[in-house]
Design a protein around this ligand. Structure first.
Ligand code: CDP
Length: 222
């Protein structure tokens, strides 16, 4: 039996991947994987348990006692859906994501989300490492200014305190760390469609991706 199709949506922080990927998954009735949430969960769990590095950190990624309930994420029996969204957690996530053994420990967990009728997966290495056979690969970008403003608004809407200048600096640091790490760096897969969303609305980006998908999947409309 051939495997369920995957649409990979990769890109830098606050490029809109999450919103877009979730919408595309809804439109197609596909499953959805937010791979960044797994790295954020390892970050939060290790912070809470005072684990900094080494084998304990890898064990943390291997054993991550997480369960997903629609929009809510439970770590053990604690609802951490909002806690993992803090900028501090994002920064720590990009640090733990540099550890090759942590990435390896999360690989199977990510691939297990691939189920019929299909999967939309967002992250940094969905099209390059986790699902290299994805049927459609999109690399979503936006200018650093637009991304900093989007993240600022997103945090404010959640009632999380934020400072635009500090956010902008964090995003640039994180971009540099993600793009320059030796393992699974943030780079577009050679066979990906690169889409700059700086001047596009969410609807326009979703429609563009659905159009690509229709071309690939023989014109079937969702
Ligand atoms: O929300 P944002 O785009 O800023 O980040 P995220 O997708 O929640 O991911 C948080 C961090 O996890 C990123 O800065 C990456 O370093 C790391 N990550 C990764 O290395 N590989 C992935 N597939 C997803 C996230």
């Amino acid at each position: 039996m051939s495997e369920a199709p995957v649409i990979a949506v990769d890109g830098p922080s606050a490029s809109g991947k999450g919103t877009i990927a979730r919408r595309v998954a809804d439109e197609l009735d596909f499953h959805y994987l937010e791979s960044g949430a797994l790295y954020r969960l390892v970050a939060l769990d290790s912070l809470q348990r005072g684990i900094v590095s080494g084998e304990s950190l890898v064990q943390c990624a291997r054993q991550l006692p997480v369960s997903f309930h629609n929009e809510r994420i439970l770590l053990r029996d604690q609802d951490v859906s909002d806690a993992i969204r803090s900028e501090a957690c994002g920064v720590r996530a990009s640090e733990v994501a540099r550890v090759p053994e942590v990435r390896k420990a999360l690989l199977q967990r990510q691939r297990a989300f691939r189920m019929p009728p299909g999967l939309v997966a967002d992250g940094r290495d969905m099209g390059t490492v986790v699902f290299p056979d994805a049927a459609l690969k999109v690399f979503l970008t936006a200018s650093p200014e637009v991304r900093a403003e989007r993240r600022y608004k997103q945090l404010k809407d959640k009632g999380i305190d934020a400072n635009l200048r500090a956010l902008s600096r964090d995003l640039q640091d994180r971009d540099a760390r993600d793009a320059n790490r030796p393992v699974a760096p943030l780079v577009p897969a050679p066979d990906s469609q690169v889409l700059d969303s700086s001047a596009l609305s969410i609807d326009e980006v979703v429609e563009r991706i659905l159009a690509w998908w229709r071309e690939r999947s023989g014109g079937a409309r969702p």
